[in-house]
Write a protein that binds this ligand. Structure first.
Ligand code: S3P
Length: 452
């Protein structure tokens, strides 16, 4: 698990014949991070199958190894011997999280109550992202923080001798902030409380319960959730099977909708209701997506999805849906580029602080490829062209800047499959952070995309 530096690799996608096939996308990124963290912390053995082997998740594995967890691969399984709750070791060197906000912010919470120093670093994208949202609650717990201007990386944390639990109301819709506070509560005596006015993905709560933590979740009449965790309990190793990532499935799914004649089945996709906003939105746009064999696996809802090329119509996507599809807006904007009429997406302020400013990156990339769109502070509107005529890059110089953002890279490669002209991006190497083998998998269903 040695860290790697990755040079930029330009790529191009071109108008493709119908996409056909049956595929299983890699494991869910959110669940994979948490499985390595809690497995690394729990006493005894944790076995994980289906783990996403993307760079982001591997960096989390390296960080847990640096703090005492033993992690090895045995065939398709990852086997972890955890340290036991409260028993992480001080890492000897700084922890490099590469591109991953989730790995970095959740592990900030995990180590916060320990009376040792931990230094957090990352790539250019992660180093430009705000860490104050996690550092603020940690400071309230008495953690000493040193950070670059604007609470950016590198960040160094040192926990207090006697950490005190906090009650924290998360000021923005962020599963990462909620999770960081809960993970900090694990090695803090007493009751840590997190109040989330806008519900976000609940994998941390579900997995903590599975590992044996004393955790309670209460949903108020207004939909706000109060989560209470009793610290310093025992966590015990588990067997986990990670389902397919709906945020990765989104790319072949939208590709199949916009390339005429396509018919694709995606197996074993996570259908946790905090993650299905894109499917609902696409169905409202007229997408033919059949949800087959809905079932529960490893405590999560999963299903197979059959998707056929569809005539899409523009819709208004309400702001209240943003948390349940936050990583899917770039590819939704691509679907909207081929829909009849206008699609308006609101409540997108969080997109400005992702791996890139995704609102700006999408608006610029779409305009560069001939799409009529407008960008506001926290909204994007796209007026589509169903036949893709005139869309794509008219000159080889029109190259989308992916800004170290894997989802921007994949979204524009998907777009190129249905445009009259090719779509070019400046880098496909970054895709490996979340979807290793993306281009080969897409080639396998007939998509014409390649490195240049
Ligand atoms: C994630 C939460 C989301 C999401 C990210 C993964 C997680 O971030 O964008 O890709 O695993 O908790 P925020 O919590 O910042 O919205």
């Amino acid at each position: 698990m040695a860290p790697a530096t990755v040079p930029l690799r330009p790529a191009k996608a071109t108008k493709s014949p119908a996409l056909k096939g049956d595929l299983a996308v890699p494991g869910d990124k959110s669940i994979s991070h948490r499985a390595l963290m809690l497995g690394g912390l729990a006493a005894g053995e944790t076995r994980i199958t289906g783990l996403l082997e993307g760079e982001d998740v591997l960096n989390t594995g390296r960080a847990m190894q640096a703090m005492g967890a033993a992690i090895r691969k045995d065939g398709d399984s990852f086997i972890i011997d955890g340290t036991g709750n409260g028993c992480l070791l001080a890492p000897e060197a700084s922890l490099d999280f590469g591109n991953s906000g989730t790995g970095c912010r959740l592990i900030m919470g995990l180590v916060a109550p320990y009376d040792f120093e931990t230094v957090f670093t990352g790539d250019a994208s992660l180093s430009s992202r705000p860490m104050g949202r996690v550092l603020e609650p940690l400071r309230l717990m008495g953690v000493q923080v040193s950070a670059e201007a604007g609470d950016r990386l590198p960040v160094s944390l040192r926990g207090p001798r006697a950490p005190a639990p906090i009650s924290y109301r998360v000021p923005m819709a962020s599963a990462q902030v909620k999770s960081a506070v809960l993970l900090a509560g694990l090695n803090t005596p007493g009751l840590t409380t997190v109040i989330e006015p806008l519900p976000t993905r609940d994998h941390t709560e579900n997995m903590l319960r599975g590992f044996g933590a004393a955790i309670e979740v209460e949903t108020g009449a207004d939909g706000a959730r109060t989560i209470r965790l009793e610290g310093r309990g025992r966590l015990t190793g588990q067997a986990l099977d990670v389902p397919g990532d709906p945020s990765s499935a989104a790319f072949p799914l939208v590709a199949a909708l916009i390339v005429p004649g396509s018919d694709l089945t995606l197996r074993n996709v996570l259908m946790n209701p905090t993650r299905t906003g894109l499917i609902l939105t696409l169905q409202e746009m007229g997408a033919d997506i059949e949800i087959l064999d809905p079932r529960t696996a490893g405590g999560e809802q999963v299903a197979d999805l059959r998707v056929r090329a569809s005539e899409l119509s523009g819709v208004h996507v309400p702001a209240g849906r943003a948390a349940s599809m936050i990583d899917e807006y770039p590819v939704l904007a691509v679907a909207a580029s081929f829909a009849r009429g206008e699609t308006v997406m609101r409540g997108l302020s969080e997109l400005r602080v992702k791996e890139s400013d995704r609102l700006a990156a999408m608006a610029r990339g779409l305009a560069l490829n001939g799409v009529d769109c407008s960008e506001g502070d926290d909204w994007l509107s796209v007026r589509g062209r169903p036949d893709g005529k005139g869309l794509g890059a008219v000159s080889p110089e029109a190259v989308v800047a992916t800004r170290l953002d894997h989802r921007i890279a994949m979204s524009f490669l998907v777009m190129g499959l249905a445009c009259e002209n090719p779509v070019r991006i400046d880098d496909c190497a970054i895709i490996g952070t979340s979807f290793p083998g993306f281009m080969a998998m897409m080639n396998g269903i007939g998509a014409e995309m390649a490195e240049q």
